[in-house]
Ligand binder design. Structure first.
Ligand SMILES: NC(=O)C1=CN([C@@H]2O[C@H](COP(=O)(O)OP(=O)(O)OC[C@H]3O[C@@H](n4cnc5c(N)ncnc54)[C@H](OP(=O)(O)O)[C@@H]3O)[C@@H](O)[C@H]2O)C=CC1
Ligand SMILES: Nc1nc(=O)c2c([nH]1)NC[C@@H]1CN(c3ccc(C(=O)N[C@@H](CCC(=O)O)C(=O)O)cc3)C=[N+]21
Length: 284
C-alpha cells in the first residue's frame, strides 16, 4: 500500500482562494484586512515563516506590516509596540513570533496582545474559548492540520486520534480541535511509556515533537491518516518532519510531506484568521 500524499501546497491555494473572496468583499466596503508580525531577534524558522506570510498577504491583497526589532529590545519597548498596534485601526491581526529572546517574558507578551487581534489564538482568553467550545481564533497550525484532514476526506467523528506532543502552540490545541470534531483523543508526551502502543492504534496520527523522523512505519496503523507537523532543518540544509516519510508512506492511508504539508496551511489559516478578524470588527 502506498499512502495518498496530502498536498498542503495545493490545498493551501484552494483555501486561500476561498478567503480571497471574503477579503475582496471587505475591500469593496472600504476595509482592507491588515496583519502585523513582530519579530524580535533572529530565528531561522521564524524567518521562513515571515517570508511566506508576506507572500500570502500579498496574494490576498491584505495590508501587512513586518516589524523587525533587534534581539536586545527591552520587554517594555516590545509591550509598547504591541499596545500601539492594538490601537491601530489598520491592523486586524497581530502576532509576535515565538520564541522571544530569554530576557523577555513570553507569557507577558501573549497577554498583552488584544484578544480581538490575536490571530495566533495564543491569548489565554482565546485558549479558554477553544477549550470551552466557543472558539474565536483557532491556532493556525492545528487549524490548518484539521482543514487538511477535512479537505482530504478523512472522517474524524468516532475515530481514534493520537496527538504526539502537548505544546501550547500545536499539540494541546490540536487535541482540543479533534475533540470538538468528536474524535476520541489520546495525547502522548515524552513521558509516555510505550509510545508505539498508542500510535499503532491511531486512525488519525498528528505528530508535533521536533524529533526528526521519530515515528517510523512500524508505529503506524495500516490506512491511518498521518499529519506531520514537524519542521526540522538537517545538517545538509534540507527540511524533514517528525515522521519517517519513506517507511510511513508504505503503511499510512494518507500522509503529509515536509515541506509542502502543514507549513503552507499554517500561513493560510493565519491570513484566514486575519480576514475573519476584519469581518468581525466590521460587524459581519
Ligand atoms: N508546520 C508548522 O507550521 C509548525 C511546525 N512546528 C514544528 O512542530 C514541531 C513541534 O513544535 P512545538 O510543539 O512547538 O515543540 P515543543 O518542543 O514545544 O513541544 C514538543 C512536544 O513533543 C513532546 N515530545 C518530545 N519528544 C518526544 C518523544 N520522544 N515522544 C513523545 N513526545 C515527545 C514533548 O513532550 P514533553 O511535553 O513531555 O516535553 C512536547 O510536548 C517542531 O518540529 C516545530 O518546528 C511548530 C509550529 C508550526
Ligand atoms: N507566534 C508564532 N506563531 C507561529 O505559528 C510560529 C511562530 N510564532 N514561530 C515559528 C513557528 C514556525 N512556523 C512555521 C510556519 C510555516 C512554515 C512554512 O511555511 N513551511 C513551509 C516552507 C518551508 C521552507 O521552505 O523552508 C513548508 O513546510 O512547506 C514554517 C514554519 C510558525 N511558527
Amino acid at each position: 500500500m502506498t499512502a495518498r500524499i496530502i498536498d498542503g501546497k495545493a490545498i493551501a491555494q484552494e483555501v486561500r482562494a476561498e478567503w480571497k473572496i471574503r477579503a475582496d468583499a471587505l475591500k469593496a466596503r472600504g476595509i482592507t484586512p491588515g496583519l502585523a508580525v513582530i519579530i524580535v531577534g533572529e530565528d531561522p524558522a521564524s524567518k521562513v515563516y515571515v517570508a511566506n506570510k508576506v507572500k500570502a498577504c500579498a496574494e490576498l491583497g491584505l495590508h501587512s506590516e513586518h516589524i523587525a526589532l533587534p534581539a536586545d529590545t527591552s520587554e517594555a519597548a516590545l509591550l509598547a509596540k504591541i499596545a500601539e498596534l492594538n490601537a491601530d485601526p489598520k491592523i486586524h491581526g497581530l502576532l509576535v513570533q515565538l520564541p522571544v529572546p530569554k530576557h523577555i517574558d513570553g507569557d507577558k507578551v501573549l497577554n498583552a496582545i488584544s484578544p480581538d487581534k490575536d490571530v495566533d489564538g495564543f491569548h489565554p482568553i482565546n485558549v479558554g474559548a477553544l477549550a470551552t467550545g466557543n472558539m474565536r481564533f483557532a491556532p493556525c497550525t492545528p487549524y490548518g492540520s484539521l482543514v487538511l484532514l477535512q479537505k482530504s476526506g478523512v472522517s474524524i467523528e468516532g475515530k481514534h486520534a493520537v496527538v504526539v506532543g502537548r505544546s501550547n502552540i500545536v499539540g494541546k490545541p490540536m487535541a482540543l480541535l479533534l475533540l470538538q470534531h468528536n474524535a476520541t483523543v489520546t495525547i502522548c508526551t515524552s513521558k509516555t511509556v510505550d509510545l508505539a502502543k498508542y500510535t499503532r492504534d491511531a486512525d488519525i496520527l498528528v505528530v508535533a515533537t521536533g524529533r526528526p523522523k521519530m515515528i517510523t512505519g512500524d508505529m503506524i496503523k495500516l490506512g491511518a491518516a498521518v499529519i506531520d507537523v514537524g519542521i526540522n532543518r538537517m545538517a545538509d540544509g534540507k527540511l524533514c518532519g517528525d515522521v519517517d516519510f519513506e517507511s510511513a508512506k508504505e503503511v499510512a492511508g494518507w500522509i503529509t510531506p515536509v515541506p509542502g504539508g502543514v507549513g503552507p496551511m499554517t500561513i493560510t489559516m493565519l491570513v484566514a484568521n486575519t480576514v475573519q478578524s476584519a469581518e468581525r470588527s466590521a460587524g459581519i
